[in-house]
Design a binder for this molecule. Structure first.
Ligand code: SF4
Length: 529
């Protein structure tokens, strides 16, 4: 549902800022692919683009693919920007560039919604979700595109129901150049983990789209050329279990209709392992990966951060259960917790070995504004806000250098090539074998698809197998996959593993941030440059 009664036509330039290089930016993986350059298209900005009046002209530029040009700014009448805290400096830089063209610049999204004071130069702040603030901003720009004399803040009081969200404007994005595509079914999470800003920003009672909307989004993605992997960016896919169960039969039908050419992934709490009725349907819908915020294998630490729900089943058992439904687990891990001890890195490394989880995002604890953690540390005077040489804004209980060197050690050892590829081998042999067997569809057998696979194989063999620095571990893994005829397992594992290995090497030698949320800016070699 769009704002009504707008007559003036406008030209809006939506710019998504580049990411500072981080574990989850996957830049080492892209040279092995057939032209991918970025991780996921930004949902939020594409929804806003679709929400603008139908007669407004919209351009979308993701600076992770290509920078906004002088011609883009010269064309526009106003600029919209959105992003997360980690993109703060880049967002402020887009604002600076737009102001050189005397354009009004509006910022929305999670970072400004939590911390409006990070963005003093912007003309319009859009705080909160899609709603009456969005309508007010649109009306304001319809009336006047001159820059206001002082900053104007629009705050959403009434949100647009998710069931009224428009289909994201995928047609504006170069969707083929992303590693994954994204879809959002629900927003919010019923839990209250101490470090997490989701319940504060999006609420504890998940809001939902309808299954029909999700199917329409998936259809639109196919029309726009996205087929491979679609990631549900919901804060917690089982935040409302009934809703998940309502959606899954629609996904299964959709997959059957299109020959299962799309793999699905999502984020969910580990207690999903207690829900075989959900896991079975996810298996049938071809979910292949679940990101679980395991955070730590230490039960005392989970209790302290109010994440007791991770202990509803023993963690290793939970991971194994998810694997038994054909889904790999990706895990978030936090180091630098108050409960950490000198032996925490060793305990974590044992957990990595035992769980056989290949991909773990190991971050140093970072306090986000508007979280219970932030409030507690503020009370305890343990927030460090004026030192941008640090990788965390938390004054740890253990000495900072000790925590950082534990993190570096954990990264180095967890991503030692032979060990990482052994964990991937387990996933190929055990987890993948538990997936449903479906006939290979004509789309997957097409020359276009085969050509993509051949390009990736060529890149992998040349760049990792010939020029790489861990050839022995690679060939030992690759030859076994080839003997099994598992080309998909070979490509899928190595593309990700290569990023993890290269990133971990940079991290353990101090060339990368220890937190995905760190505001410390290091120059990222993004493809756009
Ligand atoms: S379960 Fe996940 S999304 Fe929910 S509050 Fe905890 S960390 Fe945040």
């Amino acid at each position: 549902m769009r704002v009504e009664g707008i007559e003036a036509a406008r030209r809006i330039l939506c710019v998504f800022p580049r990411y500072t290089s981080a574990f989850g930016t996957f830049e080492y993986a892209y040279p092995l692919t057939d032209g991918m350059k970025a991780f996921m298209p930004p949902q939020g900005l594409l929804v806003i683009a679709a929400y603008l009046p139908a007669h407004w002209h919209v351009r979308f530029v993701d600076e992770n693919l290509t920078p906004a040009t002088t011609e883009d700014f010269a064309w526009a009448e106003a600029v919209f920007v959105s992003g997360m805290h980690i993109q703060r400096q880049q967002m402020n830089d887009i604002c600076r560039r737009a102001h050189q063209f005397d354009l009004p610049v509006a910022i929305g999204g999670p970072s400004v919604s939590a911390c409006p004071d990070y963005y003093p130069s912007f003309d319009y702040l859009h705080v909160g979700e899609l709603g009456d603030a969005t309508d007010a901003l649109i009306r304001r720009l319809a009336e006047d595109t001159a820059r206001p004399e002082r900053q104007v803040v629009f705050t959403t009081k009434e949100r647009v129901a998710m069931s009224d969200f428009p289909l994201p404007a995928y047609e504006l994005a170069e969707v083929r150049r992303y590693m994954l595509s994204s879809v959002q079914y629900s927003s919010g999470c019923p839990y209250q983990c101490e470090f997490c800003d989701i319940p504060g920003l999006y609420g504890r009672n998940p809001r939902l789209k309808t299954p029909q909307q999700i199917i329409a989004e998936l259809d639109k993605m196919r029309e726009c050329g996205i087929a491979d992997t679609v990631y549900f960016v919901d804060d917690n896919f089982i935040g409302n279990r009934k809703a998940a169960l309502d959606l899954l039969p629609h996904l299964i039908e959709w997959q059957k209709k299109h020959g299962y050419v799309t793999r699905l992934a999502c984020e969910a709490t580990l207690n999903i392992a207690k829900r075989p009725e959900i896991l079975e349907k996810m298996r049938e819908a071809a979910f292949v990966t679940i990101f679980c915020g395991i955070e730590t294998p230490d039960a005392d630490a989970l209790k302290a951060m109010h994440k007791d729900h991770n202990m509803m089943v023993p963690i290793l058992e939970g991971v194994k259960t998810i694997n038994s439904y054909g889904m790999e687990v990706v895990s978030g891990i936090i180091m630098g917790l108050d409960t950490d001890k000198p032996g925490t890195a060793d305990a974590l490394l044992s957990f990595v070995e035992e769980s056989r989880i290949p991909l773990l995002t190991i971050n140093l604890l970072q306090a986000l504004p508007k979280t219970p953690l932030w409030d507690r540390l503020e009370r305890e005077k343990r927030l460090v806000l004026d030192d941008d040489t640090r990788d965390s804004n938390v004054e740890f209980l253990l000495p900072y250098d000790q925590v950082v060197s534990s993190w570096k050690r954990a990264m180095k050892l967890a991503y030692e090539p032979a060990k990482l590829l052994a964990r991937y081998e387990y996933q190929c042999e055990y987890t993948h074998a538990n997936r449903i067997k479906v006939p290979v569809s004509p789309e997957l057998r097409s020359w276009k698809n085969i050509k993509r696979g051949l390009i990736m194989l060529r890149n992998i063999f040349w760049q990792v197998g010939v020029l790489g620095s861990y050839k022995r571990a690679f060939w030992s893994f690759a030859l076994r996959r080839l003997r099994h005829g598992d080309i998909e397992g070979l490509i899928g594992s190595v593309v990700i593993a290569h990023h993890l290995i290269m990133f971990a090497r940079a991290a353990s030698s101090g060339r990368q941030n220890a937190s995905n949320y760190s505001l410390r800016l290091r120059e990222a070699s993004v493809p756009a440059e």
